[in-house]
Each structure stands twice: as structure tokens, then as C-alpha cells.
Ligand binder design. Structure first.
Ligand code: ASP
Length: 333
């Protein structure tokens, strides 16, 4: 089932699979015991994880890694698969537009040296993730926005094309019938692709790409291109990427938080759970109305994933197995 339909068909309140990573329960108190847990779970490299059900994208990333490519090459190539997939209405070509009918893309990359690049409000260029990489590698800046980002992309040889497909145009026209000025905050309106990879040298990189919240206000930018919110990589510790309602991720600097929690000794699973609890436990949090999900990996190759509501998933390619894993979640009411 496609990500969006999968979420749409889901009841937020149902109790379902809780097949998340169970490392949280394995972490022991003494450093000796801790060492043995890490050794038991020591993953074979390379490894790729991504938000949602994107096995073609993780397959591409793994192909790059197996051929000796870097983690950065892998996450870029993997994300490009989804950006080119016109049927995916949350990323790249075919992404759902803002309320004015414009498809605007946000993306970022971060490598094992702590370098990063991002584009926001990019129009007419499908491979936002590659433009973000160019910003990182070929400019003295971290982020380019709007017309400037597009101009830079064209100068770099990217092709301009209309990203609004017939299907997305139709969906937008349907939405317009009852359009309300206020942004509609529903989990079916967003599904960023975030990808993290560790190459065979143990180096970590990440990328994140999205058309953002469907029917957003013109000019709205979410968490996905914001380093520390949508994505953060620290090659000594691990990395995290987010999906869901970007405003809530930005308010808690989610991905940086997860990496810092791992630095303090938490497993990726524990760190993702703690970052979700920071959102849902805010006084007056209306978390029942929105979804946020995190995936994370640490330097040992252990992974974690957690969300507020059911039906978030992670795709993981490791040890020859490329699989979708349902995430455990907070709201089990
Ligand atoms: N986080 C993205 C945003 O808020 C959307 C998503 O993950 O689907 O723009």
C-alpha cells in the first residue's frame, strides 16, 4: 500500500502492531554489560534506513554502498528514487502543491564531516536533494531559498520542469472546494522521505526531501530542510531524521535532540521515544491531531524508530534484507 493511503486508512486510536526495535529494553546499567549489549547487536555494515515504505529507494542506496560509494552518495541516490516517483504525492515530482497550486520543495543533506546544505521553497526542480548537496559542496552557504535556489540549480545544469502532475492538480482542485485559510493539520498530508546510511568505513550521512505539508500557506517551510530539526548527523555518535508535522519538530529541534540523547548514552530507540515524549508531554499539547515520527541510527549500527500515532514505519536494508518495519508508537488509547 502506498504511504499516503496507508495512513489515510488508519484509525489513530486502534491498537496494532508494536514491532519496533526492542533495544530499549536491553540497555543495562553497568558499562561492562552495556559493552556486551552493543557487541550482541553490532550490525554489519553498510546499512541504510529510511522513513516510510520506500524499498526501491533503500535498494538504490544499498546498491551505491555495495559498489563502494559513500554514505552521502547513497542517501542522495536513494532519495532521488522517490523524488522521481510521480505517484508519491509528498516528494519531488507529483508532490501536492501549496494552497495556490505551486509545488514547492524543501530538502537537505548532511555528511560525516558535519557539512550540510539545504534548499527551501524550491520550485520546478525535481531533485531538490541534489541541489541541496550542490549548495553544500559548491557554495559558501548552508541554505538557499526560493528564486535564488532555483537560479542556482539552473546554473548548475538542473532541468526546469512542471512538478504538478494531473493527479496532484486534481487533488488540489478537490481540496479547494472546501479550502479553509487555516493550514489543515492531518497526518495524511505529509510523508517526508528521510534517509540515513552508514558506509563500509563506518561513516554516516543523511538526507531529507519533501514537498511539505499539502495545501500549506504559500511560503511555508517545515522542518525537513532545517539542520537539527528535520535531520542531524554527528559522525561520532549517530544520526536522526524526522517526518510528520514539521512545526512540532522545529519547536523541539527534534533530530538534534535525538542525537544528543544518544550522546548521553541512550540507544537510538530510547532517544526517539524521549524526543516524542518531549512533544506529547508539553502542557496543552494537541498531539492527537498530528503525527511525528523519528528514525535514528548510532555509530554501532543500532537503529530506532518511534512515532506519536500508529502506522509510521521505517524501511531498513541491512545484512541483505530490505524490509519495512512497523514502528511502535505513543498513542495507544
Ligand atoms: N515534515 C514535513 C513538513 O512538515 C512533512 C512530512 O514529513 O511529511 O514539511
Amino acid at each position: 500500500m502506498k504511504r499516503r493511503n496507508f495512513i489515510k486508512n488508519a484509525s489513530l486510536t486502534g491498537v496494532g502492531l508494536a514491532v519496533g526495535n526492542t533495544l530499549a529494553s536491553c540497555v543495562e546499567n553497568t558499562s561492562e554489560e552495556k559493552k556486551s549489549v552493543i557487541a550482541t547487536n553490532k550490525a554489519s555494515l553498510p546499512l541504510v534506513i529510511a522513513t516510510w515504505h520506500v524499498i526501491d529507494a533503500t535498494a538504490k542506496a544499498m546498491e551505491v554502498l555495495q559498489a563502494g560509494g559513500t554514505a552521502l552518495d547513497a542517501v542522495e541516490q536513494g532519495c532521488k528514487v522517490e523524488e522521481a516517483n510521480e505517484k508519491g504525492q509528498s516528494v519531488g515530482k507529483g508532490g501536492l502543491p501549496d494552497r495556490d497550486g505551486n509545488v514547492t520543495l524543501d530538502a537537505c543533506v548532511m555528511d560525516n564531516h558535519g557539512n550540510c546544505g539545504a534548499v527551501v521553497y524550491l520550485k520546478n526542480i525535481k531533485h531538490a536533494v541534489s541541489v541541496a548537496r550542490k549548495v553544500m559542496e559548491d557554495t559558501p552557504h548552508v541554505m538557499l531559498a526560493g528564486d535564488g535556489a532555483q537560479k542556482f540549480a539552473l546554473e548548475q545544469g538542473f532541468e526546469a520542469e512542471d512538478l504538478l502532475t494531473e493527479a496532484s492538480k486534481e487533488a488540489w482542485e478537490k481540496w479547494k472546494v472546501e479550502a479553509k485559510y487555516k493550514p489543515i493539520i492531518n497526518i495524511e498530508n505529509h510523508d517526508t522521505i528521510g534517509m540515513l546510511a552508514i558506509d563500509k568505513n563506518g561513516d554516516i550521512s543523511g538526507a531529507c526531501t519533501t514537498s511539505g505539508l499539502a495545501y500549506k500557506m504559500a511560503g511555508r517551510v517545515g522542518d525537513s530542510p532545517i539542520i537539527g530539526s528535520g535531520l542531524f548527523v554527528d559522525n561520532e555518535i549517530g544520526a536522526c531524521v524526522a517526518t510528520g508535522l514539521g512545526e512540532e519538530v522545529v519547536k523541539t529541534v527534534g533530530s538534534f535532540l535525538v542525537v544528543e540523547l544518544m550522546r548521553q548514552g541512550k540507544s537510538p530507540q530510547e532517544a526517539c521515544e524521549e524526543a516524542i515524549s518531549r512533544i506529547v508531554n508539553k502542557p496543552n499539547s494537541n498531539y492527537k491531531d498530528f503525527q511525528v515520527g523519528y528514525i535514528a541510527v548510532n555509530k554501532q549500527g543500532e537503529t530506532g524508530h518511534y512515532s506519536i500515532h500508529q502506522y509510521f514505519s521505517m524501511t531498513k536494508f541491512q545484512d541483505g534484507i530490505n524490509e519495512q518495519i512497523q514502528s511502535d508508537y505513543f498513542n495507544k488509547e
